[in-house]
Design a protein around this ligand. Structure first.
Ligand SMILES: [Zn+2]
Ligand SMILES: [Zn+2]
Length: 358
């Protein structure tokens, strides 16, 4: 399209929306793939027969399976720092600082938080089913899904002296306090694990992150909830992809509308120019017709605008004024001039001569 262009802002918006749409669509496809994998994964019970099944499986490995069992430590469990009766196999301790930061843009205090300290403790654990059969869980930190519970959460409010207030005013940062969180994967919790199940040479069953990079899940929720959550996420990615694509289309539509308006204006100007040329040609044709009808005695150029007296605008110019030598009026008008000065240059007229057109 000739002349179709995008402004820098439009180009950036279009690029960003199309790029985001692509990313969201990719994430949607990935989530859909995960949902499909989850739906096709066999559900196995942790019992005495599980080992037999893996014994007859080639390579002693099942690529992607769903198992459910109770968390049990291999050795000594970890104890909660705050509630001695709670024991677990994985403990995450975090201290977050909640701050108010002065924003010069919005001229208000904005909420902000940062992690000041994080500590992780872990002991090997298994998922226990019936018959005291157990599956060892490997690399739990690589797993997606929520598998810890908050066992302690406490907010320590910050207190200030007068000197601190001056510091706050100067730095534009105000600490609200510290949030202390302890999360644990408790012993005795029922956990859903989805991943690769192998039978090691020492006879241990192990659940590990799949070697084909399929998502590894450990979750407090049951399989159906996990599947539905993944499905919902896929729907959200799709909705975001559609919205981004629509935003890109809107930008294109806006640019096209502006281009259409420009083209319309150009078309209108071209129509006007053509109409003027047509009218000019028509007027010339009418003049020529009239000149023919009136005969040659008036002279071919006698009625031409350029040859008409500048004072009466009707008679042909038929005298030459001296010394300036202007040919601008008819003799009748020259005679009627109140002062004998040239109507064009105001020079004194010293003499007048008749002017003959060839
Ligand atoms: Zn005249
Ligand atoms: Zn003159």
């Amino acid at each position: 399209m000739d002349g179709f262009s995008l402004s820098l802002t439009e180009a950036v918006c279009l690029g960003a929306s199309l790029g985001l749409s692509g990313v969201f669509f990719y994430l949607h496809k990935q989530s859909r793939k995960t949902v499909k994998k989850l739906e096709n994964a066999p559900h196995l019970s942790i019992d005495g027969k599980l080992k037999d099944l893996l014994n007859v499986t080639p390579g002693g490995c099942l690529q992607y399976v769903v198992v459910e069992g109770t968390v049990k430590p291999v050795d000594e469990p970890l104890k909660s720092q705050f509630h001695k009766e709670i024991s677990g196999v994985l403990q995450k301790f975090t201290i977050k600082e909640h701050r108010l930061v002065w924003s010069n843009i919005s001229r208000t205090w904005m909420e902000s938080e940062r992690i000041l300290h994080q500590r992780l403790n872990m002991v090997p654990f298994v998922l226990v089913g019936s018959d005291q059969a157990a599956v060892k869980v490997q690399s739990p930190l690589q797993a997606d899904g929520v598998y810890t519970e908050i066992t302690n959460e406490k907010f320590h409010l910050a207190s200030y002296g007068l000197g601190d207030l001056v510091g706050i005013y100067l730095s534009g940062e105000k600490s609200k306090g510290h949030l202390e969180i302890e999360e644990m994967l408790k012993v005795g919790t029922t956990l859903t694990g989805i991943g690769e199940l192998t039978l090691d040479t020492d006879g241990t069953l192990t659940l590990r992150p799949p070697s084909d990079n399929s998502p590894y899940f450990l979750s407090l929720a049951d399989f159906e909830t996990l599947r539905n959550e993944t499905d919902t996420i896929a729907v959200w990615w799709k909705a975001l992809a559609v919205v981004s694509a629509l935003a890109g289309t809107a930008v294109l539509f806006w640019a096209a509308l502006r281009f259409y308006r420009t083209v319309q204006v150009r078309w209108k100007q071209e129509r006007e120019i053509r109409e003027f040329a047509r009218q000019q040609a028509e007027a010339a044709r009418l003049r020529a017709n009239r000149a023919n009808a009136e005969g040659p005695q008036d002279g071919a150029n006698s009625n031409h605008v350029e040859n008409v007296c500048v004072i009466c605008l009707s008679e042909p110019r038929d005298c030459i004024l001296l010394e300036c030598a202007h040919v601008c009026c008819c003799y009748v008008c020259f005679q009627a001039l109140p002062q004998k000065t040239c109507p064009i240059c105001r020079q004194n007229i010293v003499r007048v001569l008749p002017f003959y057109q060839p």
